[in-house]
Write a protein that binds this ligand. Sequence first.
Ligand SMILES: [Zn+2]
Ligand SMILES: [Zn+2]
Length: 154
Amino acid sequence: MTPAERFAAKVTAGPISLTRGAPGPCHLWTGGARSKRPHDAGQFGEYYGAFHVNGRTVRAHQFAYEQARGPIPAGAEVDHRCRRRNCVAIAHLELVDHRTNTLRSTGPTALNARKTACHRGHPFTPDNTRVRTNGSRRCITCERTRPATERTAA
Ligand SMILES: [Zn+2]
Ligand SMILES: [Zn+2]
């Protein structure tokens, strides 16, 4: 069996996608998952599929994309228009840069980035925002007005 045949044997027809720009049904991966930790589950409780090929483990949807469209450029990743992480339907996959995908997903970074103001209502303008290495944002106005003792503790 070729890798493509092994791959196809683990894909089953799924529900019609209700997301705009994702025509037709999802093709759901029934093979192994990359992780089964609840933290990594998508909005439908699904997980990114894992596929073993040439001694490597790759994400199932990435393999599907590369089979159809060619290699994924550095810095880019394959995103699901249908929002189902275990879908490998080519019509539902598109190349996006890493940041776009993070913002579009429903993870904590994405939810945070969509907020336009801090919890006290100061706007997250470029001048008033400090982005930490983990992607979370701090309000500079709040940091300035916080007592020095508290600032050291944080
Ligand atoms: Zn899909
Ligand atoms: Zn603030």
